[in-house]
Design a protein around this ligand. Sequence first.
Ligand SMILES: [Zn+2]
Length: 232
Amino acid sequence: MNANKFYKLVDDANQELYPGCKKISTLSFTIRMYLLKCLYGWSKASFTALLELLKEAMPNLNIPVSFNKTKSMIKDLDLDYKKIDACPNNCMLFWKQHEKDEQCEFCGASRWIEYPEVGYHLEESKKVHKVPAKVLRHFPLIPRLKRLFMCSKTADTLRWHAGRRSREGRLRHPTDGQAWKDFDAKHPDFALETRNIRIGLASDEFNPFRTMSLSHNTWPVVLTIYNLVYLF
Ligand SMILES: [Zn+2]
């Protein structure tokens, strides 16, 4: 998506929540509602029902009227995630040339849950579809970096490392560390570009439903932008 289209989308969504409202925009309200849905596990149907009730009680509210419309607004901002099926034994992802494969080419495991466990809750609309045994949710990095550079404040912060070296040997930012300097020495062309980005990768297991008796768990892989890390 080009920058002009993105800014037009933000302008469209950045309208007053209701006539005269200066405190919160339609975009902020919608994103916060969506966050609450994710945090507290609201169903899509309950989310739509709440939006409909708000709209009925306050017809002046300038909000999307369904979950799908909310989702498409988030998607248009290019901050959505992509679902990629994975082998249940973690051998491979079913993407690119393997997008249509039915089983893992390494261990032979089926891509699908053959017999969903008793009590496996599915929404009605999904029951006709096969259920993937494991799913990777991928949050593409590039669109997010583009968003960071589109805002003058965050763009300035991302470039802070260039030209601001430590004084008196103090460690204030990863740029003062030896690893950063060594990387610059090894890759001078990369170092010359002031918009360069350095990221750290971390991963750990957690139980997303806060119930340790459940066997389901999640392994988030988190990227940290070192350009934005300050030590002081
Ligand atoms: Zn496998």
